[in-house]
Ligand binder design. Structure first.
Ligand code: PLP
Length: 427
C-alpha cells in the first residue's frame, strides 16, 4: 500500500492529519484510510479499493451506509431548511420515540455528540446529589471531557495515554477508577468516599477496551450500591444504545440506570447525542430547572430526521436477531480461525456489536485486555486490510455489523479472516 496523496495535505493542515486520533492508524502502523464514498457494508477509498467495513463510523451506522429510507428522509428534511434554532416537530417525535423505547428514560435532552451527553449527565448528577466525585471504569471511554480523561479506553488506550495534559490535577482527582466486572473494586471506593460520590458511569457492555460483556451480577450490584449510597448510576449507552438491542443494553441486562447517555445510532450518522432519565431528574435541566446546558444546533431538523428514520426502521421485526446471529458468526469464525492457526482467540458479541482478543480465555476487564497479543493484532489487521476487510485499527475497539452485512458477506469475511490469520502467523 503506498501513501495516498491526501496524506501530506491532511498532515499539513490538521494535527496528525485527522480530526479524531484513532483515524491516524498509528497503532497498526498502516496508512490512514481516505474514504471517497460508502454504500451498504462497504467503504471505497480514494485509491478505488472497496473494503468490507466493520467500523461503521465507530458504531454510528446501524442499517448500512447510504440506506435508501434514511437517505430519502435526510433529503426531504434538507429541502425544508437545515437549521432553525427553534423547536421543530422532528425533535419532539424523536424524543417521544426514545422515551417509548428506552426503559429508564422519561424525558430526554438532545445534544451534538456523545461527549456532550456524558459531560452533561455528570453535571446533572453532581447537581442532583450535591457531590463532586465520580467513578468510572479503567479502560472505559466516555468522550473527551476533562472529567473522563483518566484511565480511558479507545484512542487513549490505543495511544497508551493515561490522562491528558491540559486537564487540571484538581479535576482529575474528582474521577476515581474501578475495575469493570469487579464488584469489590467499586465497593472499596464507596467505603472510602461514599459520601462524596455523585455517580458511577459505566458502559454496560465495554466497547472501548475491545468488546467485553458484563458478567452476571456486576451491573445489578452497581444498581443496588449506588441506590444504597445515594449516588446516581449512569449507563453510557452512546455505543450500546439501539445497537445491542432496540431498547438498549439496559433492557438486555434488566437494570435501569438513573441516567442514560446516547449517541452514534441515534443520529443516523449525524452528530447527535442525548441524555435522559426520570422526569424528576431531567426537570433540573434549564430552563425547567437551574442546571445549565445549551446548544446552538441541538435538535436540528436534518439530524433528527435521520435519527427518526433509523429508529423507525430498527423497530422492524427480526433486525436485532439478524444482527446478533451475524455478529455471533463472526465471533465464532475468528475463534475457528484461531484454532486452525494454533493461536488463542477469545471472541464475543451482542446484537450488532462484537469483538475478539488474541488472548487465552475470556477477557473480563481492561487489564486482561492489555495482555492480548497486540503485535499479532497489528499483523492480522494489515493482512485483513490487504484482503479487503476493514477493522478498527486497534485491539482496544469493538467491531460492528450493520443490516447491510448479508450472510454472504459474513461468510466471505470468515474465509478472509482465516486467510489473514494464516498470513499473520506465518512470520
Ligand atoms: N461514550 C462512549 C461509550 C463512546 O464510545 C464514545 C465515543 O466513541 C463517547 C462516549 C463519545 O462520543 P463522541 O465521540 O460522539 O463525543
Amino acid at each position: 500500500m503506498s501513501a495516498s496523496p491526501l496524506a501530506a495535505r491532511s498532515l499539513s493542515v490538521m494535527p496528525g492529519g485527522v480530526n479524531s486520533p484513532v483515524r491516524a492508524f498509528g497503532s497498526v502502523g498502516g496508512d490512514p484510510l481516505f474514504v471517497r464514498e460508502a454504500d451498504g457494508a462497504f467503504l471505497t477509498g480514494h485509491d478505488g479499493r472497496r473494503l468490507v467495513d466493520y467500523v461503521m463510523s465507530w458504531g454510528a451506522i446501524l442499517l448500512g451506509h447510504n440506506h435508501p429510507t434514511v437517505a430519502e428522509s435526510i433529503r426531504r428534511a434538507v429541502e425544508r431548511g437545515v437549521t432553525y434554532g427553534m423547536t421543530c416537530e422532528a425533535e419532539i417525535e424523536l424524543a417521544e420515540l426514545v422515551v417509548e423505547l428506552v426503559p429508564s428514560v422519561e424525558m430526554v435532552r438532545f445534544v451534538n455528540s456523545g461527549t456532550e451527553a456524558t459531560m452533561s449527565a455528570v453535571r446533572l448528577a453532581r447537581a442532583a446529589t450535591g457531590r463532586n466525585m465520580i467513578v468510572k471504569m479503567d479502560g472505559g471511554y466516555h468522550g473527551h471531557a476533562d472529567c473522563f480523561l483518566v484511565s480511558g479506553g479507545s484512542g487513549m488506550a490505543t495511544l497508551g495515554i493515561p490522562g491528558s495534559p491540559g486537564v487540571p490535577a484538581e479535576l482529575a482527582r474528582l474521577t476515581l477508577t474501578a475495575t469493570f466486572n469487579d464488584v469489590e473494586s467499586v465497593e472499596r471506593l464507596f467505603d472510602d468516599h461514599g459520601d462524596e460520590l455523585a455517580a458511577v458511569i459505566v458502559e454496560p457492555f465495554f466497547g472501548n477496551a475491545g468488546f467485553i460483556p458484563p458478567q452476571e451480577g456486576f451491573l445489578q450490584r452497581l444498581r443496588s450500591l449506588t441506590t444504597e449510597r445515594g449516588a446516581l448510576l449512569i449507563f453510557d449507552e452512546v455505543m450500546t444504545g439501539f445497537r445491542v438491542q432496540l431498547r438498549g443494553a439496559q433492557s438486555l441486562v434488566g437494570v435501569e440506570p438513573d441516567l442514560t447517555t446516547m449517541g452514534k445510532v441515534i443520529g443516523g450518522g449525524f452528530p447527535v447525542g442525548a441524555y435522559g432519565g426520570s422526569k424528576d431528574l431531567m426537570a433540573r435541566i434549564a430552563p425547567a430547572g437551574s442546571v445549565y446546558q445549551a446548544g446552538t444546533l441541538s435538535g436540528s431538523p436534518v439530524p433528527m430526521a435521520a435519527g427518526l428514520a433509523v429508529l423507525r426502521a430498527a423497530q422492524e421485526d427480526g433486525l436485532y436477531e439478524r444482527l446478533d446471529r451475524r455478529s455471533g458468526m463472526l465471533a465464532e469464525g475468528m475463534e475457528a480461525a484461531g484454532s486452525k492457526c494454533g493461536v488463542p482467540v477469545s471472541a464475543d458479541h451482542a446484537g450488532g456489536m462484537w469483538g475478539f482478543f488474541f488472548h487465552d480465555g475470556p477477557v473480563t476487564n481492561f487489564s486482561e485486555a492489555k495482555q492480548c497479543d497486540t503485535e499479532l493484532f497489528v499483523r492480522f489487521h494489515r493482512a485483513a486490510r490487504e484482503l479487503g476487510i476493514l477493522l478498527a485499527p486497534s485491539p482496544f475497539e469493538a467491531a460492528f455489523v450493520s443490516d447491510a452485512h448479508t450472510d454472504d458477506i459474513i461468510a466471505e469475511t470468515i474465509d478472509l479472516f482465516a486467510q489473514a490469520l494464516a498470513r499473520a502467523t506465518a512470520v
